[in-house]
Design a protein around this ligand. Structure first.
Ligand code: ASP
Length: 443
């Protein structure tokens, strides 16, 4: 059977198990389209209600992210214990994440250069740049003026408590990883703290199970309000950009991930996709990989990937690995360059790719977290802010919908890397992973 058929069947298996979430997405699209074409007082009120329900779901799930990330990393690192082994699979994890992101950027670049989504688009850009979006973009640009080195410096928290209060994930992870490494080093004296975090982890996973009861209405509401805000027309107006982007996403999802799994492990893409189907659907609905993280961990752990690997590789992936975002960043940047008739030399193309990888890894796993980092690339290209405001406004206008798709990639690639490392380290239960009928329900 052809690979893409197998993958579709796998997704079907996942959907069959979780038809209520899938049904939420489909109903969300239909209701969103209806609301978009019927603007009245009543539909405004419905939209407000949908927004409210969606926000409740996102906030509930985000609520458990920090305790979950902290406890998962502490348990993950201390359970490996042996620093040598940790170094080995830590290094492997970074290499795998790097490979997957470099491939994403290469696909985005190749597709944009071949299909030229931006040729002739300058006309649309000036027409469709909404004032409100321009203001958002201008503010985002002002905040992004810092140099790349300062950006890295800001990751080191001078006050970890402040980092926790601000929800600054990269800083939190940096602190927690160092703390956990130290705990692993000090030996048995770490037991009280580790047991404490084991309890925190177990309880947080239980809360996640409860929140997932709310997944279907939550995903329905989020999808409906996204579609109702933009409608589908916007896709027709800037069809080529969206087509190139979605083609790139499809290649990464249906060709690269399966190939990656085949080259580096014995894991079947079909089974893995089926195992994480709920996480993929929630990623689509929430457009947030950090909000999806509790579910990604639950899917992987309950379906065969060991706790040791899931609890270490997935939280780090959800903070640093954004290959879908990197792919979109290069497509969007080259699109703008083409729209403004900027000559793309080889060195400029390479610089865009490198900056896209850096920019994506600094992004936050929240809705819209990635696209604002495009200013980092554009500044590097020496574009004037005036051009940026008009150009980015155009890309921003449809960002919520493209964000939903790239977030599915961001979450899937985390699971792909976790499964690969679990396979390499003999930390995978194939009897469970390869038998979807035996999967425990998440929600
Ligand atoms: N929403 C994406 C995520 O959470 C980040 C982005 O905006 O690209 O993975």
């Amino acid at each position: 059977m052809k690979l893409h058929m197998q993958i579709l069947i796998a997704l079907g298996l996942g959907i069959k198990r979780n038809w209520h979430i899938f049904f939420g997405i489909i109903a969300g699209v239909l209701v969103g389209l209806f609301l978009y074409s019927h603007t009245s007082g009543a539909s405004g009120a419905i939209l407000n209600l949908l927004n409210f329900i969606g926000q409740v779901f996102i906030r509930l799930i985000q609520m458990v992210v920090i305790p979950l990330v902290v406890s998962a990393i502490i348990i993950g690192i201390t359970s490996v214990g042996d620093n040598k082994q940790l170094g080995k699979f830590g290094a492997k994890m970074i290499i795998y994440y790097a490979i997957i992101t470099v491939i994403a950027v290469t696909i985005g670049t190749a597709f944009s250069l071949i299909f030229k989504p931006g040729s002739g688009a300058a006309h649309y850009i000036s027409q469709n740049a909404a004032t409100e979006v321009q203001a958002t973009v201008a503010t985002a640009l002002q905040q992004q003026q810092g140099k790349i080195l300062d950006l890295f410096l800001n990751f080191i928290p001078n006050n970890p408590i402040q980092a926790f209060a601000d929800g600054n994930m990269v800083s939190i992870i940096l602190f927690v990883v160092l703390f956990a490494l130290a705990l692993a080093k000090v030996g048995d004296v770490n037991r009280p703290i580790v047991s404490f975090f084991e309890s925190v982890f177990a309880a947080t996973m239980k809360v996640t199970d409860w929140i997932m009861i709310f997944a279907a209405p939550g995903v329905f509401a989020l999808t409906a309000s996204a579609i109702a805000s933009f409608g589908m027309d916007i896709f027709l107006t800037i069809g080529k950009y969206v087509l190139v982007l979605f083609a790139g996403f499809a290649v990464q999802m249906f060709i690269i991930y399966p190939l990656f799994l085949r080259c580096f492990s014995k894991v079947s893409a079909t089974m893995l996709f089926s195992a994480i189907a709920e996480a993929m659907m929630v990623a689509f609905g929430t457009a947030s990989s950090s909000a999806t993280l509790p579910l990604t961990i639950a899917c992987c752990e309950k379906r065969g990937i060991s706790h040791k690997i899931s609890s270490f590789v997935l939280p780090l992936g959800a903070t640093l690995n954004f290959d879908g975002t990197a792919l979109q960043l290069v497509v969007a940047t080259i699109f703008l360059a083409q729209a403004y008739h900027i000559h793309l030399t080889i060195s400029l193309i390479i610089a865009i790719g490198v900056l896209a990888i850096i920019a994506s890894s600094t992004c936050a796993g929240i809705p819209g977290g990635g696209i604002i980092t495009i200013s980092l690339i554009l500044n590097g290209m020496g574009l004037t802010p005036e051009q940026l405001v008009v150009g980015i406004a155009f890309i921003f206008a449809i960002d919520r919908i493209t964000d939903m798709v790239r977030t599915v990639l961001n979450v899937t690639s985390d699971a792909v890397v976790a499964a690969t490392i679990a396979d390499n380290e003999n930390e995978i239960n194939y009897d469970l992973l390869n038998n979807p009928q035996s999967y425990e329900e998440i929600a």
